[in-house]
Write a protein that binds this ligand. Structure first.
Ligand SMILES: [Zn+2]
Ligand SMILES: [Zn+2]
Length: 518
């Protein structure tokens, strides 16, 4: 393969795309429109709001900035725009400030303050008038075993029953007070509630006593700490709404509208506990049981579950075939390495899978999970990326000076989606959202003129889980259960499909067959 023409092409298209800088004004108007749409959807304008009154717009921005701990400029600055695009709950933030103020007042005065809802915005009707509530999971998300989802949902309800007088039961097929359902796109509860694909609004729920929580089935739901959105955290948050809780401006609260990873120590914050107790009182015995987050750690890491069943003789050598993985790469002997949670599998050239084995047993010093991994044919080393840091190993020994803080020293993206050793250019490539970065393996610095748009990789999807180059020269990208085969000469995707059933070298064909029979 000729490297120079590709580099030339990439650079040429870079120069070409620079010519489009006249669109800045248009971009500004677009982000203003987007912001207005966002503020309207999340309840920052009164219901009477019609056109774009600059003072009203600025006031809405200021309110948003207050709820999200941003400088109160009232202007649509870069950090405000960025906060609007973060994954979050689809329920609006209406009343979140006044409800919080009431909670603080009641805490300071030691008595319950009646909620003063702003009348014309009021759309929420309080609470349940019974203590025993039933729930049901109506359908199941893709990629996750039913029994694990059921366990996580049960634990999510327990978070709330542990700190209040409420008791929850799973309804066996009967009508239930609270129903959890996974939907794609528009699902008949209003245009504003239509799901928007991966990212953006992840889920929403209705206040009592409708008893509905909806989850976006286009999200990559997960119960481990690897890639994907942690379903346990999102379910626990939406349950809060079905009980009558509004969004909390307290950053570490479970009821804060932004998606966050499961914390190490506590899942519920004092503000969450206060909110639910204001509505339903304390647990019957008077003692508040606050369960530490680490008791729920097994929802973050299915691998512990796996360890347990491994000793009972369960075969997990093809477990990776049923779900999505965090990263994939291939060494000089054409052995595939597939990473998921705290484990990895090796698939030999002949398609035989072995594992899972512990990541840290092979590469001591790695974090419990990784974002991306690549094996470089150039230096025969493994590169791992997690958050803003990177690790480099020769075999099992970590190179001196690692882990590096790569995001600050080398301008590498934090939490890259995918890492790839790209043979034609003898470079590592990191992919993150709609951009990619050409990175020197030696210095781990981003090369000049990068990042660039993913459009250079004709047809490769954003947010891939992993990528590798096969001996035939084609680059394969993986996302969830799909693959894309990319021709580096023509810079085009030439084929796509389901990897478990269509790519024999991933070692899943027997597994896929078994699945089909069952
Ligand atoms: Zn919410
Ligand atoms: Zn809905």
């Amino acid at each position: 393969m000729a490297a120079a023409p590709i580099l030339g092409l990439l650079l040429l298209s870079r120069l070409y795309s620079r010519g489009d800088s006249a669109g800045l004004g248009r971009a500004g108007a677009e982000s203003q429109q987007q912001a207005e749409k966002f503020l309207r959807k999340y309840g920052y304008f009164g219901s009477m709001h019609r056109g774009l009154d600059p003072a009203e717009f600025s006031e809405a921005i200021r309110e948003f900035q207050w709820v999200y701990h941003l400088p109160l400029s009232g202007a649509l600055d870069a950090s405000t725009i960025r906060h609007m695009s973060l994954p979050r709950c689809g329920v609006n933030d209406l009343d979140s400030r006044s409800a919080w103020k009431d909670r603080v007042d009641s805490m300071l005065s030691g008595r319950t303050v009646r909620r003063r809802r702003r009348k014309r915005f009021s759309h929420q009707s309080g609470k349940w008038y019974k203590r025993h509530l039933t729930y049901r999971v109506v359908n199941w998300p893709r990629y996750l075993p039913e029994h694990q989802v059921r366990q996580a949902v049960k634990a999510a309800f327990e978070l709330w029953s542990n700190v209040s007088s409420l008791v929850f039961w799973e309804a066996a097929g009967d009508p239930a007070d609270i129903r959890l359902t996974f939907f794609h796109g528009d699902h008949n509860d209003g245009v504003d509630n239509a799901f928007d694909g991966p990212g953006g609004a992840l889920a929403h729920a209705f206040f009592p006593r409708r008893g509905e929580a909806h989850f976006d089935n286009d999200e990559r739901w997960s119960l481990d700490s690897g890639k994907g959105r942690n379903l346990f955290v999102v379910v626990a948050h939406e349950i809060g709404h079905t009980l009558g809780l509004e969004h909390s401006p307290v950053r570490s609260a479970l009821m804060s509208p932004y998606y966050k990873k499961l914390g190490k120590d506590f899942v519920l914050n004092w503000d969450d506990i206060l909110s639910v107790q204001n509505l339903y009182g304390k647990p019957p015995r008077g003692s508040v049981v606050q369960l530490p987050g680490k008791l729920f750690a097994h929802f973050q890491d299915w691998s512990q579950d796996l360890e347990g069943t491994k000793h009972q003789g369960g075969d997990h050598s093809s477990h990776y075939c049923w779900s999505f993985f965090d990263a994939i790469t291939m060494d000089l002997e054409d052995n595939l390495y597939i990473f998921k949670g705290g484990h990895y599998w090796i698939v030999s050239k002949g398609g035989n899978a072995t594992g899972p084995d512990l990541l840290r047993a092979m590469w001591p010093g790695l974090p419990s999970t990784i974002d991306a991994a690549a094996f470089s044919e150039e230096d025969g080393k493994f590169y791992f990326f997690k958050g803003g840091r990177c690790w480099r190993y020769k075999g099992s020994s970590l190179d001196a000076g690692f882990p590096h803080k790569c995001s600050s020293m080398g301008d590498l993206p934090r939490h890259p989606d995918t890492a790839l050793y790209f043979q034609p250019l003898h470079h590592l490539v990191l992919f993150k959202g709609p951009k990619y970065y050409m990175v020197s393996g030696e210095s781990l610095q981003v090369e000049p003129y990068y990042p660039r748009s993913l459009k250079d990789w004709g047809g490769v999807p954003a947010m891939a889980n992993g990528a590798l180059t096969r001996p035939d020269g084609f680059v394969y990208f993986f996302r969830n259960d799909q693959f894309w085969k990319f021709n580096p000469d023509t810079l085009r995707v030439v084929e796509s499909g389901k990897w478990a059933s269509q790519l024999g070298w991933l070692g899943c064909q027997d597994a896929a067959l078994n699945q089909a029979v069952v």
